[in-house]
Design a protein around this ligand. Structure first.
Ligand code: SAH
Length: 287
């Protein structure tokens, strides 16, 4: 993306308080992939409960540039140790349980995590690749986060489940930043006039000048007959209005029209008047 990442600073930045807890992960490559998913979303606190193999080559290989997250990962032998000082615990599972636990979808879970992170560490707990979290482990959580996946095939890869939750947390963080500081991280940049577009949007007068020039050129090449217009100009207007032209695009298009008019004139078809042509120096399409 073209925009810089906001800084992660201050003891109360909620990312610092969010703890990603992986329970008895069997494939260490997944631990590396989780580190990468976290760092992409600017999270850093990874706790590993009794991992099958860690640290090892596979985890570092999959972490790519996020090996610092693995270096700082805390390895503990029980889930209780990972949760002891937390004020809020959210467990993730693809499966419904016999005794249903309060279930929240990822965006609401992110709100709960962010709100509680004001008071202390918040844990997001992820289960084993082969059989997830046990009922006992889920019952240590205040909420059960369910990612609403395909009911026929509901279980995500561990790191992808982590990625979704970290993404939700980041979206929330950026939205809050947007509201609080008037920053622009979530605004789209798709057309002239949007923050970041390289050329100013064309003004109505310039666009009208282009339409006149276009109509004249189409007339010069015998495509457009003013005695039988067939809504041609309305349809072309609608096409160009959809494009939301910028000033440079107008100049290019007018340069093209001038070249067409010149060529048509050279072959003896030019019926153009100068009316509607752009001022000298603006119509050459040189950009
Ligand atoms: N076979 C396991 C699923 C393991 S997937 C089972 O039946 O529970 C590994 C972990 O990814 C899960 O323990 C959970 O933490 C997370 N996960 C995968 N799919 C998920 C989903 N749809 N919703 C919430 N968490 C999910």
């Amino acid at each position: 993306m073209h925009k810089p990442s906001p800084p992660l600073e201050g003891p109360d930045a909620f990312q610092d308080q969010i703890r990603i807890v992986l329970v008895e992960t069997s494939h260490s490559g997944n631990i590396g992939a989780v580190a990468r998913a976290m760092k992409n979303m600017q999270l850093a606190n990874l706790w590993l409960v009794n991992p099958n193999s860690f640290p090892d080559e596979a985890s570092y290989a999959r972490a790519a540039g996020a090996s610092d997250i693995l270096d700082r990962a805390k390895v503990v032998s029980t889930l209780d140790e990972a949760l002891e000082d937390c004020v809020m615990v959210l467990g993730t599972s693809a499966r419904g349980r016999k005794i249903p636990w309060p279930v929240v979808p990822p965006p609401e879970a992110a709100v709960i995590a962010a709100e509680n992170s004001q008071a202390g560490p918040v844990a997001l707990v992820f289960g084993r690749e082969n059989h997830g979290l046990s009922n006992d482990e889920l019952h240590r959580c205040h909420y059960h986060i369910h990612i609403p996946s395909n009911p026929e095939y509901s279980s995500l890869n561990l790191s992808m489940a982590v990625q979704i939750m970290c993404y939700e947390l980041r979206m929330l963080y950026l939205r809050n930043l947007e509201r609080g500081e008037g920053s622009h991280y979530l605004r789209s940049m798709t057309a002239p006039g949007d923050d970041g577009w390289d050329v100013p949007a064309a003004k109505v007068g310039d666009v009208e000048g282009f339409y006149s020039h276009l109509e004249q050129t189409l007339h010069d090449v015998d495509f457009h007959r003013r005695d039988n217009p067939r809504q041609l100009m309305s349809r072309l207007r609608r096409l160009f209005q959809r494009a939301k032209l910028d000033q440079m695009e107008i100049n290019i298009l007018r340069g093209v029209l001038s070249a067409v008019q010149k060529a048509a004139g050279a072959s003896g078809n030019n019926k153009s008047t100068q009316a509607g042509n752009p001022p000298a120096g603006q119509d050459d399409g040189h950009v």
